[in-house]
Design a protein around this ligand. Sequence first.
Ligand code: GCU
Length: 424
Amino acid sequence: MTFRMLFSLIAAASFTRAEMPDGLADPLSAADASRVSSPAQWMEKRRPELLEWFTRHMYGRSPGRPETMSFEAFDRDPKALGGKATRIQIAIRPGGAEGPRIDLLVYVPNGVKGPVPAILGLNFWGNHAIHKDPGIRITGSWVEARAGRYVDLSGVQENRATDATRGVNASQWPVEEILSRGYALATVYREDIAADHEPYFKSGVHPLFPKHQETDDNFGTIAAWAWGFSRALDALEKEPAIDARRVAIFGFSRLGKAALWAGATDPRIAMVISNESGAGGAKLFRRAQGEDIQRLNTHFPHWFCRNFRAWNGRDREIPFDQHLVISLIAPRPVYVASALDDKHSDPEGEFLGAKAAEPVYRLLGAQGLPAASWPAPGVSVQGGIGYHVRNGGHDVTDEDWKHYLDFADKHLAGKAPLRTGGNP
Ligand code: GCU
């Protein structure tokens, strides 16, 4: 036996540990202890009760779709990316013409019979950072200047983007590959929706809803990003080239937390991809591994509502956990992905969060997560719930995207999507 074989045996053995933490809430047991044994009981009783719990105690209450919202397509280039795509840019103005502006960038593949399914993702550094295409409008919103492992932000000046930041985040956005697989790609910048820096709630859309900060279930930033996914979907619904019934949403890390909550709250979303979402995303708090509730609420006091602070230091006691957020997406497909070295996100806890949502998928007639134990790195397991852990650290790589696109092919290509019903 070679050293390599021995090593993989040891590694394989260590991937069979995954055990559910004790006392994890049963998705199919209602708050009054009654059993949820039919899809109707899930839809009419358990699902609304869970949505309300997470709204009140964790994410905060969102304002819904504003009547004042307007859309302006300010760019349409049928020969973008060397003729591969039609680029459309839409200014979404939730408060009407004078209010804050959210830019939606869309690439529709040329030469594909439409309307096409789409992947809609939030991005970290501005729409112009996902591709070097000089036609993308550079964001006027605040930009974080912190240099990261996978992004060079030396071109950011006084927290404003410059031409030098075009394409700096392209490694996480394989635009041409997504288009060549027959999907449109749409994206929005996080800071256009909500401030992820101090002063919180002062830029983006929060100033439109001042009353929503007066309560302890205030509209937090993760909820605002989730709300932003829904508003971008409103815009895509108006685009004849896009099949808005087949839109998968995508988010990485904090934006992956938002993607899960968006999928839970907006039944129009056909599929969710949550890349290394960690604490407040897919990982189970009850394992008490990686980032905890106290850290979330201290480092990012704007992400969740004020009521969530009552759970600081009580990760093992919380009566609800993140598998229930994932189960709110059922029966629509959800993909959770981890990276082995991303201990902060507790990769194994992300797997268990996805796995523990399985009973709801099964109850609603969908497939669960077909893996009895934590899969080996690089192996993608795909049922109604998809999962992989790859080698390496916190990032989005081509390997991740390959699995996402395969999962989208399985569920969205040429298919009528599943619907949750319930409240939009
Ligand atoms: C921090 C934070 C995580 C978050 C991550 C990110 O590391 O602690 O919760 O997911 O930032 O969004 O990159």
